[in-house]
Design a protein around this ligand. Structure first.
Ligand SMILES: [Zn+2]
Length: 378
């Protein structure tokens, strides 16, 4: 079944290739070769052109070998956050870490490698399967730009999908994720000499402080969060500052709560105008992506449950507070849930990945294909 040595080789090959967001070409070519060898119909979409970079999403389509089975997609992203150049993976006591001060890149090469291995086993065992589409996306880490620009027409005949890009051990499934808004505010005050004529000034930093004191930050309720992340303003202590910029975000898995939170925040920012005559607050709120929620009785979850049972992995249903390709696939292409691949401390140089989790992820993907296969005989 799962070939451990081959899976380890694929994983270490993948993390050694330098693949920052927007620079996925080499990983893409590596995967293209493997997918072609497996007999998939391989295409690259226009996400690269849409985002002004050289590489698009890679799609590998395996036509159905049996009738009446659901079409299933497996996706993972090809890009990494920096530092990801010259990653040297070291396997010690059953755990992968990077040797130097780079990340490991298990986010998301663990997902990519698990998909590759499971599809390889699928071809070896010649198990009957429905339509299967592997999608390897670009620019997840910077903007979800790959999945955002994914054209749903490429997913024709696909009923649902699995995004392998979450923390938690294999068997952990996130069925919902929040939508997110980015809120930007520039307080416009008036500059004046701080010692000679401060009365003529309007202090933009104090405008920001007054507004922010009315904003609740952190966890608003169990499905809603908000964060004031950046503030910038002022030039010198002897000048009343005339601008101050605030950048914040709000997220919620409930679309109405999200809008309400955004409105509370923008109203609070605007309220500084009343406190500081002569000053103005320029506020904008931009939706980055929408949330998603998959019902517990959805077929995608039924298949993971069956796969966990057959592979003897604990099934754990959860929700996420982060954004991922799943947000855009749900909107653009097919219902999708997120699968945990075991990555820990990702985006840092102490990132690690247990070999057992890598193997279990591949087993889980293969288990889902097996469960899909049995859907026919039900
Ligand atoms: Zn990721």
């Amino acid at each position: 079944m799962i070939n451990e040595e081959r899976l380890k080789q694929t994983f270490t090959d993948l993390v050694r290739i330098y693949a920052p967001s927007g620079g996925e070409r080499e990983v893409c070519e590596y995967l293209k070769k493997i997918m072609k060898r497996l007999g998939a119909k391989v295409t690259e979409d226009g996400a690269g052109e849409a985002t002004g970079t050289a590489c698009g999403n890679l799609m590998a389509l395996f036509p159905a070998t049996a009738e009446g089975l659901p079409g299933v997609a497996f996706t993972a992203h090809m890009d990494c956050v920096e530092k990801c150049k010259d990653i040297e993976p070291v396997l010690e006591d059953g755990v992968y870490r990077s040797k130097g001060d780079t990340i490991l890149g298990g986010d998301d090469k663990a997902g990519v490698a698990a998909i590759v291995e499971a599809l390889t086993v699928m071809k070896e065992t010649m198990i009957p399967h429905g339509r299967i589409l592997a999608v390897f996306t670009v620019q997840e880490e910077t903007s979800l730009g790959g999945s955002q620009n994914f054209d749903g027409r490429h997913a024709e005949g696909i009923d649902f999908g699995y995004v392998l890009d979450a923390d938690g051990a294999p068997g952990t499934v996130a069925q919902a994720g929040p939508g997110e808004y980015k809120i930007t505010c520039t307080m416009h005050g008036r500059a004046a000499h701080a010692g000679i004529e401060p009365e003529k000034g309007v202090n933009a930093i104090q405008m920001a402080a007054a507004a922010l004191s009315r904003i609740q930050s952190g966890r608003i309720d169990e499905e809603t969060t908000c964060n004031v992340g950046c503030i910038e303003g002022g030039l010198a202590t002897n000048i009343v500052p005339d601008t101050c910029t605030i950048r914040a975000e709000a997220r919620s898995r409930d679309p109405e709560k999200l809008l309400r939170t955004v409105k509370t925040m923008t109203d609070a920012l605007k309220s500084a105008e009343a406190d500081f005559p002569g000053g103005s607050a320029e506020v904008s709120a931009e939706e980055l992506y929408q949330g998603f929620s998959i019902g517990s009785d959805h077929e995608s979850l039924r298949l993971v449950r069956a796969a966990c049972a057959s592979q003897q992995l604990p099934f754990r249903l959860t929700v996420t507070g982060g954004g991922s390709d799943a947000n855009w696939f749900n909107r653009n292409a097919f219902p999708a849930v997120l699968l945990g691949v075991g990555m820990t401390s990702f985006h840092t140089s102490s990132e690690s990945l247990a070999l057992k989790d890598l193997i279990d992820s591949a087993r889980l993907v293969y288990g889902i294909i097996e469960a899909q296969s049995h859907a026919a005989h039900a």
